[in-house]
Design a protein around this ligand. Structure first.
Ligand code: FAD
Ligand code: NAG
Ligand code: NAG
Ligand code: NAG
Ligand code: NAG
Ligand code: NAG
Length: 604
């Protein structure tokens, strides 16, 4: 460690204030890498560099081509989107409405704009490919984007005029019976674990686990990445109440850092980075090459389904929702976890009618006593059936193991359907709320407009082990006291004007998310950083609560120049919304934030 006197530190800031190099180098500027430079990068990554255009470009250049037919056929296939450097899963993040740049297959009369799609991509196959690309971006002052599956709802995997590092092709999976973190003393082994490379998708992880009769905490989707944004953002799961958050079960990360180095972070070395990577968010502290997570013995599971309905828009519907929410603590205490959707306006075309409905799927891992689960639901069913307009349906069944639940029920078939346009609004809610004032949530939800088939999604993924794991990590502390993470989406059409898109975004941000926030007061709970509004106000406290200042300091230590910047990520307030230029209006001097000056040493 070198110790710089404070005065020198201050001077270096004085001359680094606003000038040209406060922006990323952009195409057509003299600083932009020459063709020879790009070729040199390409050679250094074994020819894995590609020039990138939006995937729909081939249809704009030639509608009647085989290439275009193939894009049209695959457009909603998430496996395909994950592997395309010119696509992400939510097409709104491929476009750049502020610049009127879109490349939609529905609008072939308009030229194909590059939008937020990167200009070059390294299709990484190794840590070395990632290191070379990071050093290149650093040397040429380029905007860097890290794309894995491209599922991010907040657009963190695209950035305009950038070099992309695409990690989704890195698929190695290896099991170990007794994992000893690097640097751990003898006897410091952690038991069975699996190491997954950056690009492994959830369904690929589950398939590998299934072959070994093992299970691990991961999410409910096919193509979301297991090692990327998911686990670095905390990672919730239907297995969370049983075994904790995904990030609670991370034992070690291998990471490419902003200076091009390759480090191992765990409980024994680079502990600050290990702390930050468990909940601090993807794309911010380094590029994860692989992560090692705990595995558990397979277990039987009980699956329950409850449907609640009333005639459409009947006021009794919201009383039923209140009864249901009031019962969440009891369901949670019995080991229940899962998901439900609330449809205020659900047309049932085959019955020629519209209802308001709730559909719940709850799982009880490592349980076999069906009668016990039936008894658990009885008091709730009694209360619901006492409400005059309410109809209920309930059933439970045992499954032999969790992998059957996953492949047969939770994520059957082989790909998520994506390619839509969507923004998310969300909030976490505390156990306290459901014990004391469950009606407050219903009163707010009924004020949010839901058209036909539109719904709120409730994630019952905390409580149980999530509440009881006292693990010190960057995960928002609110997770430990929450019982529900609630989301809903807002979308638009490809032809929707920029002004109308703005109106939808503004209403989401200033009206709808504020309504969700008002249920428990602005600072009490916060939101899950991976499934939240891309324009979240006060995102620092919403996503990280009291952990933010520490995260900001760790960010400055590991990435002092802000090479890794993502929308509403740690440190992103120092940049404009696209991460292209430093944003000095928002700049708060580090000492005013109370940052520890000494932490900046190895930075300079
Ligand atoms: C259909 C669907 C289902 C979902 N289900 C769940 C769920 O059950 N539980 C849950 O918690 N979340 C869920 N999510 C949210 C999911 O966790 C986030 O979308 C997450 O960001 C996806 O990570 P990714 O790496 O696959 O995506 P990307 O969009 O590729 O990456 C997301 C962020 O992580 C960064 N990143 C990616 N790879 C790396 C890496 N190797 N190193 C450093 N940074 C990296 C990117 O730069 C970006 O900032 C779901 C999302 C969808 C669309
Ligand atoms: C990189 O090299 C490969 C193999 O030589 C080549 O196919 C590819 O087009 C090159 N990429 C760029 C951006 O020139
Ligand atoms: C989706 O795309 C993948 C990869 O391109 C392919 O293997 C798979 O069969 C496709 N799935 C469907 C349902 O078309
Ligand atoms: C559906 O309901 C409407 C109005 O109640 C009625 O006019 C119509 O005939 C019904 N259609 C069918 C197929 O039952
Ligand atoms: C609940 O509704 C769904 C969707 O209509 C249906 O598939 C399921 O069978 C219903 N559950 C019960 C227990 O009847
Ligand atoms: C804003 O959102 C509220 C709540 O969903 C809705 O009632 C209202 O119509 C929306 N306003 C606009 C202009 O979309």
């Amino acid at each position: 460690m070198k110790y710089f006197p404070l005065s020198l530190f201050l001077t270096s800031f004085a001359w680094s204030h606003p000038h040209q190099s406060d922006c990323r180098c952009r195409p057509h500027q003299s600083c932009w890498p020459s063709p020879q430079d790009w070729n040199a990068l390409n050679r250094s990554v074994d020819g894995n560099l590609v020039g990138v255009r939006p995937v729909a470009d081939v249809c704009h250049s030639e509608r009647e081509s085989e290439a275009c037919e193939s894009v049209l056929a695959l457009s909603t296939n998430s496996t395909w989107r994950a592997a395309q450097p010119g696509a992400v899963q939510w097409r709104n993040w491929e476009s750049w409405p502020e610049r009127d740049e879109y490349c939609y297959i529905e609008a072939l009369d308009k030229p194909c704009g590059q939008g937020r799609v990167s200009l070059y991509s390294t299709i990484a196959t190794s840590a070395a490919d990632i290191q070379k690309s990071v050093l290149f971006a650093k040397e040429h002052n380029l905007r860097l984007a890290i794309k894995n599956s491209g599922h991010c709802f907040l657009g963190r995997s695209t950035a305009p005029e950038s070099l992309q590092i695409q990690t989704s092709g890195m698929k190695e999976i290896s099991f170990v019976d007794d994992f000893r973190p690097k640097g751990a003393p003898k006897g410091g082994s952690e038991g069975p674990a699996v190491t997954i490379a950056a690009g492994v998708a959830l369904q690929e992880l589950y398939a590998a686990l299934g072959k070994k009769s093992r299970i691990a905490v991961a999410g409910a989707a096919h193509t979301v990445g297991a090692a990327g944004g998911y686990i670095q953002g905390g990672g919730h799961s239907f297995l969370g109440p049983w075994k904790g958050m995904a990030s609670d079960n991370a034992l070690q990360f291998t990471v490419v850092t902003a200076n091009g180095g390759l480090v191992v972070a765990n409980e024994y070395q680079n502990r600050d980075l290990f702390w930050a990577l468990r909940g601090g968010g993807g794309g911010t502290f380094g590029i994860v090459v692989d992560v090692t997570i705990r595995t558990f013995d397979e277990a039987p599971v009980i699956m329950s389904n409850l449907n609640i309905s009333t005639p459409s828009e009947h006021p009794d519907f919201w009383d039923a929702i209140t009864e249901f929410h009031a019962y969440l603590p009891a369901l949670s205490d019995a080991g229940g976890a899962g998901y439900y959707r609330i449809f205020p306006d659900l047309p049932l075309p085959d019955q020629n009618t519209t209802v308001s409905g709730l559909i719940l799927g709850l799982v009880f891992p490592d349980q076999t006593d069906i009668a016990r689960v039936d008894r658990l639901f009885e008091p709730l069913l009694t209360k619901l059936n006492a409400i005059s307009a309410v109809t209920t349906e309930y059933g439970s069944m045992p499954l032999p193991d969790i992998r059957t639940l996953i492949s047969g029920v939770l994520i059957p078939s082989n790909a998520d359907i994506t390619g839509g346009i969507t923004l998310v609004g969300s909030r976490m809610y505390s156990r306290d709320l459901f014990e004391k004032e469950p009606a407050k949530l219903s009163a707010v939800l009924r004020q949010i407009r839901m058209g036909p088939y539109e719904s709120f999604t409730g994630h019952i993924v905390s409580g149980g082990a999530v509440a009881n794991n006292h693990i010190d990590s960057a995960l928002h502390p609110a997770w430990r006291g929450s019982l529900l993470h609630l989301t809903f989406g807002r979308g638009w059409e490809t032809e929707t004007s920029a002004a109308e898109q703005d109106a939808i975004r503004n209403n989401l941000t200033n009206v709808e998310v504020e309504l969700l926030r008002s249920v428990e007061g602005s600072d009490k709970m916060g939101a899950y950083l991976n499934e939240a509004n891309a324009y979240e106000k006060d995102f620092q406290s919403s996503f990280w609560g009291d952990n933010y200042n520490r995260l900001y300091k760790i960010k400055q230590k590991w990435d002092p120049t802000g090479l890794f910047i993502t929308r509403s990520g740690v440190g992103s307030e120092d940049w404009d919304t696209e991460g292209l230029c430093r944003c000095w209006e928002n700049w708060i001097e580090p000492w005013e934030r109370g940052a520890d000056i000494l932490m900046w040493d190895d930075v300079m």
